[in-house]
Ligand binder design. Structure first.
Ligand code: ADP
Length: 884
């Protein structure tokens, strides 16, 4: 094979040679030029060029010029002849020589030609010989190759033949097997047919047997029936005999019973007479007590000494802010106040007081500690922020009736609202008090100056009167709260979540009014909150207004309509506090719009209040839809003229990163902003998390469906893919949800980028607000939401779902059209993992890609004003609008 290749290679080289030939020919030509024409003859050595070249004429001329013209002419002639002869001889000689030379040249040329021809012939022959040899070699190689290929082909053919034979043998074997299988199948079919025939025969035999058995059974049955009939007749006869015996015995017993009843009736008649005497004595006792109460009441109602009121030089009428339109506050009463306010406040001797003349007597607080404290308070703050205070004639006496108050009895945002709004209204010069149940599980350490205020608050409970106590204390440094005990109703480990919650808070509603009535508190405004205090307005109008207390007006705030206080036993609930269900179980009053057999406490609050607010403008809009209204939308639509949304505020004294003593480092929006990151380190240390260069995302929430449980779970895992750390602080009222998150906490115990803190802890919550870079609020719905406002205040960028108050407070960097100057966070629209990730990813990307822009966004949030300043002005205008 190698030799064949070599051969091919040589052939190829040969084929290529014509390209080289011109050079070879040229070289050969040059060589030929260099070679002597004849071998052994050097042409250059021939002295051909030494022959004279001149022409004969030229030589004569030269000699003529040198001859003397006269004397020497004969000599000259002779010489000339001789010369001519010589020349002639020379010429002949030269011609001969030339002829000889030409002959010699011709001979040499002839020889040369012959030699060249011989040489050429020799070269041609050599080349031909070489070509022939190569051709022979190639032929031999081709022959060898052909032989080898033929051998290979023969081998392949042999193998193919073998394979064909093997396949034929195989096919024959398969055919044999198929034939055997066919025969077996035929055999099987034959057997099956035989078996079918046998089964057919057996079936026929069985049918015959069955028919015979049926005949036998029918015969036996008829025999048994006859026997049964005989037995029953015997039993009937026995029963008849026994009945006759029983009738005789019963007759005897009846006679005895009649005798005993006669005796017992006699005894009971005597007992009843004795009880009637006792009850008459008790009634007399109650009458005496009622007289005493009536006397007390009259005493309390007696007009106090006339008040001296200085009318301030303030003539501008109050401008009612249209809450419904959401227009900016503008020049509502109290803003941009004139310096006269200070003088007016200083001159005003009595606080709080409504300036409407006929009511000055009843809107003054009762004499004693409360009035003193208000006066003291007025003196303390009068110099601090005078221009912020409203003039005395616009000051009102406001009482909040609520199931929660922060920080001592707080479940969620409602408690914070009471504290924040109450304190802000006080700063503006109003007299504010709170009435709240005295729960046994409260944070008593957060109440200042707690003391007993009223020893025996008698209040009707069903058909009896119960006495409870009222304690008074201050929360948040200045807000006065009256805590009313409720016996078994308030001595519980939790604030809500009991089967008798409806009764508990209904009784509290009556207690609150009874307390105000007995202590001669006559507020201008009674502000009630959520379903728990929805019955306060109807109880007032039904009972207390008729007693002459008629100056108070009601504002009712819906913080969350998920729980509305639906009651299927309205007669008992309303009867508990002295209302008649017949007056209220009507579609235009308390009857629930969807569940016709129920009364609805929230609906009572809406229908019987002078103004209804919700905690954000967007939530006010959502409540009018079927999804948001949860059955209340019809009632809300009917009363829409008195409904508005006022965005909750945040207590900027309580939530302030510059003064928060729970933080590792305090900071503000200014130069010291970067101190914030010390809190991140502290948070990590406290929770045992890695110190990694990653953004930290926080969540602080009640773990309920409203707060988007599934989205929170999704975020825990999806944020890991985004290279972040995640911390959740949450507590679940539902034990199942709690267990679910505890299980997750256990599963993630070794992941130091995630921390799930299941429980309620305000200190940790503050560290989260300050230490995180981002704060997530993925609520399904959110009436207002405080956590996003707190995170804004602490320079933590909120990522929220677009619902309720979240829409009113967080403005997306990319989609709100505000840009980096005005946006303060990220929002996402749908309650889906995809939408949530859209919000998260954008925030995380900005943190990694553009830290400067991220910090700017965080600081924009800190500059937002979500304090109670504006909302309290809105409330103030509403109060002014409705007050009597
Ligand atoms: P809601 O009233 O619906 O629970 P908000 O956002 O209006 O929700 O208010 C929640 C308030 O409760 C915030 O002040 C928040 O800091 C606080 N909070 C909620 N859960 C916890 C918790 N587990 N630990 C500490 N504070 C909590």
């Amino acid at each position: 094979m190698a030799s064949k290749k070599e051969h091919m290679r040589k052939r190829k080289a040969k084929e290529q040679r014509p390209v080289e030939q011109p050079e070879a020919a040229e070289a050969a030509g040059a060589e030929a030029e260099r070679r002597p024409f004849f071998p052994g003859l050097d042409l250059n050595s021939l002295d051909l060029l030494s022959y004279p070249a001149a022409k004969p004429g030229e030589t004569a001329e030269t000699e003529e010029s040198e001859t003397e013209p006269a004397a020497e002419s004969a000599i000259a002639d002779a010489a000339s002849d001789a010369a001519d002869a010589a020349a002639e001889a020379a010429r002949r000689e030269a011609e001969e020589a030339a002829a000889a030379l030409r002959a010699e040249e011709a001979r040499i040329a002839e020889e040369t030609r012959r030699a060249a021809e011989a040489e050429a012939r020799r070269l041609v022959e050599e080349a031909a010989e070489k070509a022939r040899r190569e051709a022979e070699e190639a032929e031999a190689a081709a022959a060898a190759e052909k032989a080898r290929l033929e051998a290979e082909a023969a081998e392949v053919a042999r193998k193919a033949e073998e394979a064909r034979l093997a396949a034929e043998a195989e096919a024959a074997a398969l055919a044999r097997k198929a034939e055997e299988a066919r025969k077996l199948a035929e055999e099987e079919e034959r057997r099956r047919r035989e078996a079918v025939a046998a089964a057919e025969a057996a079936k026929k035999a069985a049918e015959e047997e069955q028919r015979r058995a049926d005949e036998e059974a029918a015969r036996k049955r008829s025999e048994q029936e006859a026997a049964e009939r005989a037995r029953k007749m015997a039993e009937e006869a026995e029963r008849t005999r026994q009945m006759a015996e029983a009738v005789a015995a019963a007759r005897k017993e009846a006679e005895e019973t009649e005798r005993a009843l006669r005796v017992r009736a006699e005894t009971e008649r005597e007992e009843q007479a004795r009880r009637a005497e006792e009850m008459a004595a008790k009634a007399e006792e109650f009458r005496t007590a009622a007289d005493r109460l009536q006397r007390d009441r009259e005493e309390l109602l007696a007009p106090p000494p006339p008040l001296e009121i200085t009318t301030p030089p303030w003539e501008k009428p109050p401008e009612i802010f249209d809450v419904l339109s959401g227009a900016p506050h503008g020049s509502a009463a109290g803003t941009g106040a004139a310096p006269e306010y200070a003088t007016a406040a200083a001159n005003d001797a009595v606080l709080p007081v409504s300036m409407a003349e006929p009511r000055t007597d009843i809107s003054a607080p009762p004499p004693g500690a409360f009035a003193d404290s208000l006066t003291e308070w007025r003196d303390d703050t009068a110099t601090a922020e005078d221009s912020y205070m409203v003039p005395p004639e616009k000051r009102m006496y406001i009482v909040m009736v609520t199931p929660e108050v922060a920080p001592c009895a707080k479940v969620g945002g409602l408690g914070d609202v009471i504290l924040g709004l109450g304190r802000e209204l006080m700063k503006r010069g109003h007299g504010v008090e709170v009435i709240c149940p005295m729960y046994s599980n409260m944070r008593y350490d957060l109440i200042d100056d707690l003391h007993e205020e009223y020893a025996e608050l008698w209040c009707p409970h069903n058909a009896e009167w119960r006495a409870e106590k009222v304690f008074q204390g201050k929360v948040g440094g200045s807000l006065q709260v009256n805590f009313i005990t409720g016996g078994a109703y308030t001595e519980r480990p939790d604030i809500y979540g009991y089967d008798d919650d409806l009764q508990r808070f209904t009784y509290f509603s009556r207690q609150a009014l009874e307390f105000m009535y007995k202590t001669n508190r006559r507020p201008d405004i009674i502000h009630c909150h959520d379903w728990a205090t929805g019955l306060v307005p109807p109880i007032y109008w039904d009972i207390y207004e008729k007693l002459g207390w008629n100056n108070s007006r009601f504002v009712y705030t819906i913080h969350n309509n998920e729980c509305q206080g639906l009651c299927g036993f309205g007669d008992k609930l309303l009867g508990l506090v002295g209302l008649d269900v017949k007056d209220y179980h009507r579609p235009d009053r308390m009857q629930d719009d969807a569940h016709k057999n129920c009364i609805n406490m929230m609906k009572a609050g809406i229908v019987y209040s002078n103004f209804v607010t919700t905690v954000s403008p967007t939530y006010a809009g959502e409540l009018k839809t079927a999804a948001g209204g949860r059955g209340l939308q019809t009632t809300l639509a009917k009363h829409s003229a008195k409904i508005g949304g006022v965005l909750n505020g945040l207590d900027y004294d309580v939530w302030n990163p510059q003064t928060d003593d729970k933080l590792a480092a305090r900071y503000s929006v200014g130069e010291d902003f970067y101190e914030k990151y010390k809190n991140k380190t502290e948070l990590r240390n406290r929770l045992g998390m890695w110190d990694a260069w990653k953004p930290m995302i926080g969540v602080v929430t009640r773990l309920t469906h409203q707060k988007g449980l599934d989205l929170i779970k999704h975020a825990i895992y999806s944020t890991q893919k985004m290279q972040t750390q995640f911390v959740l602080l949450g507590s679940a009222p539902d034990p199942k949800v709690n267990d679910d998150f505890l299980r997750m906490q256990y599963e993630l115990r070794d992941n130091h980028d995630i921390n799930l803190y299941i429980g309620y802890n305000e200190d940790i919550s503050r560290l989260i607000y300050a230490g995180c870079d981002m704060f997530l609020v993925p609520s399904m719905y959110e009436p207002c939401g405080l956590t996003q406002m707190i995170s804004l205040r602490y320079g933590t960028v909120p990522i929220v779902r677009e619902t309720g108050g979240l829409v009113d407070t967080v403005f997306d960097l990319d989609n709100s059209g505000r840009g980096l100057n005005d946006a303060n966070g990220y929002t996402f629209r749908d309650p889906t993992p995809l939408s949530l990730d859209y919000g998260l990813e954008r925030a995380v990307r900005l943190w990694y890609d553009n830290p400067e822009a991220f910090n700017r966004l965080a600081r924009n949030g800190m500059r937002c004003d979500y304090s109670w300043r504006k909302p309290s002005e809105h409330y103030e205008n509403i109060y002014q609008y409705i007050k009597a």
